[in-house]
Write a protein that binds this ligand. Structure first.
Ligand code: EPZ
Length: 441
C-alpha cells in the first residue's frame, strides 16, 4: 500500500462547519448484532470509515450480505445465509481490528462454531481479551487456541450465567450482551460498562427482540430469547470525533460548528472544555466550539470509564493543554500506554514530563506496574513544525492538531490510520481552511 503523507502548513485558526456521523464504536458493534437476526437490518448514519469496511468484509465472509440502502449512510445487512467462513478470509482481517472478537457469541448461536484470528487495533496498551474468554466459557463455550487464532465451539445451546467483570470493559460488556441475548435463561452482568455506545447497542438489540434491563451500580440483566429479528436504527453521533474537532478549535484558536454533536453524550467533556477556557454553544443540530481569546487555563484531568472523562478524548485535548498557562496534570487510568504520543509533542516544543505514579487523582490499576501513565504539561509552549509518524488512531489525529497549531510546515506520515475512524477528514480539514496537502511516498 502506498503510504499516505500529509504536509500541514500550520499556525492558522480553523473556522467553519463539519458534520459528524454515527459513532465508529457503535456502528461496528451494531453491524455484528445484525448477524444474530433472522431478518434483514437497516443501520443509518453510518460513516464512511475503514473500520466499517473491515466489519463488512468479515460479515460477508460469513455469508451476510451488506449493501447500501436508499439514503446516504444507510446499510442493509441481510443475515439469511449465515455460513462458516473460509479460514483464509477471516485471517485476512487478522491484526487490523478488535471487532472480530465480538463475532464469538453471534457465530456460536448461529453456527455452533467460531474462528477468531489474531486481533489488532491501536497500540495503546496490552489490550488482553481474558474477560471476553472467561465470559464465553461461563456461557458454556469451549475455546481452543491455535497458532493462527482461536476456535470456539458451543456443543449445546449457550446458557445464561452470572458474570462479574474485573473492570468495566466496553468490549467485554458488548461480548456478554451479544452472547446473552440468545442464551438459555437469565444472565446477570455486574461491573458492566455503561458508555452511551453500549446503551445504543442495547437499544439496537431491544429493537431485535431482546430483553435487557440496565440497573443502578453497573448491573445489566439479560433474559435470553429463542430468536431475534432485524432492526432499523440510526447510530448515535461519534462523541470522540466531536471532541477531536472541539480540541482542534481550541488548539488553533479557531471556531468550529460540529453538526450532529449531542450535548447529552458530551457533558463531561463540555465541563472540562469550559474549565480550560474554551467556549461552546449548544444548538438543535450541533455544538459550536471556539477559542474566545485570552489565556487557556491549565487543568488536572483524569480519564475514566463513563461517566468519567473518556480516554479517547484525552489525546486531542492534551494538544490544546500545551497552550494553557500553568501546569496541567493528566492521569490516564484506562490504557496503560496512552501517553506515548506525547514524545512527538515534546519534539515539537511542548514541555511534558511522564510519570509512573498516579498523579493528581485516585490510585489506579497501573500505579504499581511501572507504566508511564501520568503526565505533567507545562504551558503555554510555542509548537514548532516537525516530521511526525502516526502511532495510533487518536494519537494520530492529535498529531494533526499539533501540526495545525504549530507554525511552519509539518510532514505527517502514516495518515492511513486516521481513516479508520474519521470520515473524510482531509476534506473536512480543507473546508475548515486548513492548509494541508496530500503527498505520497
Ligand atoms: C473500546 O475498546 C473502544 N474500541 C476504544 O476506542 C475505547 O478507547 C475503549 O473502548 C474505552 O472506551 C472500540 O469500541 C472498538 P475496553 P475496548 O475493553 O472495548 C482492559 C478508538 O480509538 N481489558 O473497555 O477494547 C484493557 O486492556 C478505540 O476508537 C482487559 O484487561 O476497551 C483496558 O485497559 C481505542 N481484559 C481496559 O480494560 C479484557 O479482556 C478497557 O478496555 C478486556 C479489556
Amino acid at each position: 500500500m502506498t503510504e499516505h503523507i500529509l504536509r500541514v502548513h500550520g499556525g492558522f485558526p480553523l473556522h467553519g462547519k463539519v458534520r459528524v456521523r454515527g459513532a465508529k464504536n457503535l456502528v461496528s458493534k451494531a453491524m455484528v448484532a445484525a448477524l444474530l437476526g433472522h431478518a434483514p437490518s437497516r443501520l443509518r448514519n453510518v460513516p464512511d470509515i475503514a473500520d466499517v469496511r473491515i466489519v463488512t468484509g468479515l460479515l460477508e465472509a460469513h455469508g451476510v450480505s451488506v449493501r447500501d440502502g436508499d439514503q446516504p449512510g444507510e446499510l442493509i445487512l441481510d443475515p439469511s445465509r449465515v455460513d462458516r467462513a473460509e479460514a483464509v478470509e477471516v485471517e485476512a482481517h487478522a491484526g487490523v481490528s478488535r471487532i472480530p472478537i465480538l463475532f464469538c457469541g453471534p457465530l456460536l448461536h448461529r453456527l455452533g462454531h467460531a474462528f477468531i484470528p489474531d486481533l489488532g487495533g491501536c497500540n495503546i496498551g496490552g489490550r488482553p481479551i481474558d474477560f471476553h474468554l472467561e465470559a464465553l466459557r461461563q456461557f458454556g463455550a469451549i475455546i481452543e487456541k491455535t497458532p493462527e487464532g482461536m476456535h470456539l465451539y458451543a456443543p449445546q445451546r449457550l446458557r445464561g450465567t452470572q458474570i462479574l467483570l474485573p473492570y468495566p470493559s466496553v468490549g467485554a460488556t458488548e461480548q456478554v450482551l451479544l452472547t446473552a441475548v440468545c442464551a438459555d435463561g437469565v444472565t446477570e452482568l455486574r461491573n458492566a460498562a455503561i458508555e452511551p455506545e453500549i446503551i445504543d447497542l442495547i437499544a439496537v438489540l431491544q429493537k431485535m427482540g431482546a430483553i435487557i434491563s440496565v440497573h443502578t451500580d453497573r448491573v445489566i440483566r439479560i433474559t435470553g430469547v429463542e430468536q431475534l429479528g432485524g432492526y432499523t436504527h440510526s447510530a448515535l453521533a461519534d462523541r470522540i470525533e466531536v471532541a477531536s474537532w472541539a480540541s482542534t478549535a481550541l488548539a488553533t484558536k479557531g471556531d468550529i460548528f460540529v453538526h450532529g454533536a449531542k450535548q447529552i453524550d458530551m457533558m463531561t467533556f463540555l465541563n472540562i472544555f469550559r474549565q480550560v477556557g474554551g467556549a461552546f454553544e449548544v444548538g438543535d443540530d450541533g455544538i459550536r466550539f471556539w477559542h474566545p481569546g485570552g489565556e487557556l487555563r491549565a487543568m488536572p484531568l483524569e480519564t475514566d470509564v463513563h461517566p468519567g472523562f473518556m480516554t479517547d478524548w484525552q489525546q486531542p485535548l492534551v494538544v490544546a493543554l500545551t497552550q494553557a498557562s500553568g501546569l496541567s496534570i493528566i492521569h490516564e487510568t484506562v490504557y496503560e500506554k496512552r501517553l506515548g504520543f506525547t514524545e512527538a509533542l515534546v519534539a515539537m516544543g511542548a514541555t511534558i514530563q511522564l510519570y509512573r505514579e498516579c498523579l493528581g487523582g485516585t490510585p489506579c490499576r497501573f500505579g504499581q506496574q511501572n507504566f508511564l501513565h501520568s503526565a505533567v504539561i507545562s504551558g503555554p509552549a510555542k509548537l514548532r513544525a516537525a516530521e511526525l509518524e502516526i502511532p495510533d488512531l487518536r494519537g494520530g489525529f492529535s498529531y494533526l492538531v499539533a501540526a495545525l497549531a504549530a507554525e511552519g510546515t509539518s510532514t505527517v506520515y502514516g495518515v492511513d490510520l486516521i481513516y479508520r475512524g474519521y470520515e473524510n477528514f482531509l476534506d473536512k480539514l480543507q473546508s475548515l481552511g486548513a492548509h494541508v496537502e496530500q503527498a505520497r511516498a
